[in-house]
Design a protein around this ligand. Structure first.
Ligand SMILES: [Zn+2]
Length: 290
């Protein structure tokens, strides 16, 4: 955090330096864009192929073939979900929250894509419907579906609580779900768990101190976030122990509800759509050595 009383006096031209207009780091005008209308048309006559319930304070694994859709649905009460995504063929290719944020902003909605990690860096999923898109950005700078948080985890909780142990943080829930699915040891699995898309969570940064904040999610039963799978996906979703994240997480204090995942297969692949190839950069990094 920035000091209230800086050690160093501002220079004579401080005001001029501060007044410089910002430029967007990653203008996305040249980014290949999904044909959202074609994706949405492909929903007509689709078939629901699976439903997965994520119990409160637990996580569950699910699979979505490339070309299918999945929805994360609020069912019994306001509840935040922490989402991890991997390539079904290679756990090393996983959702890259930081680059997704750099490209699409701090909070995602319809038309935004979830990008995979370097060196793959391609769209893993495209958001095709967001029933909370009406929320926008509130007076506190808060919004929903962020890629600025990480995931609640027992290590940070251990540090902040003076040594307490809690086993149902999203990091642990996602680790158990992946271990049960893959048969990998839990210690191996936790290295595959990564920064999440915070589905339905309402977050921002305080304007005065720049601190990460959360507030009660506006999600209500019936709301959903819908994705189109650009590649074969393995996903894990945790129903965060923070519930609607209005007070605290990393404990059993908050009211918590399950979440539902619905998977839909379209009759035909969307017009003009093909599963994206891995990133085309040649990976030489300007280096002659092997
Ligand atoms: Zn959590």
């Amino acid at each position: 955090m920035k000091p209230t009383h800086p050690d160093h006096a501002p220079p004579a031209d401080a005001a001029a330096r501060r007044a410089i207009k910002p430029v967007i780091c990653y203008p996305v005008e040249t980014l290949p864009r999904p044909d959202l209308a074609a994706l949405r048309r492909a929903r007509a006559g689709w078939t629901k192929t699976a439903e997965v319930i994520v119990p409160a304070r637990e996580a569950n694994f699910f699979e979505v073939p490339a070309g299918s859709f999945f929805r994360i649905v609020s069912i019994d009460g306001p509840q935040v979900g922490d989402l991890n995504l991997w390539s079904l063929q290679d756990l090393n290719e996983r959702f890259y929250s930081g680059k997704t944020r750099a490209l699409h902003g701090t909070h995602l909605s319809t038309g935004d894509q979830l990008w995979s990690s370097i060196p793959y860096l391609r769209p893993m999923a495209t958001i095709t419907e967001d029933t909370l898109d009406w929320y926008g950005i509130d007076e506190h700078g808060g919004s929903v579906h962020d890629v600025i948080g990480t995931r609640c985890d027992p290590y940070t909780h251990h540090l902040l609580s003076g040594g307490e142990t809690y086993h149902h943080c999203c990091h642990s829930n996602l680790t158990r779900a992946l271990a049960e699915e893959t048969g990998l040891m839990k210690h191996a699995c936790e290295f595959h768990v990564h920064d999440v898309l915070n589905v339905f969570m309402c977050t921002g940064f305080t304007r005065d101190t720049g601190q990460y904040f959360m507030k009660a999610s506006p999600v209500r039963p019936g709301d959903y976030l819908e994705f189109f799978a650009e590649i074969d996906l393995g996903g894990a979703l945790s129903a965060c122990p923070g519930g609607d994240c209005s007070s605290e997480h990393s404990s059993d204090a908050a009211a918590c509800y399950p979440l539902k995942i619905e998977i839909y297969r379209p009759q035909d692949r969307p017009e003009g759509w093909g599963s994206p190839a891995q990133n085309g950069y040649d990976r030489t990094h300007g280096c002659d050595l092997d």
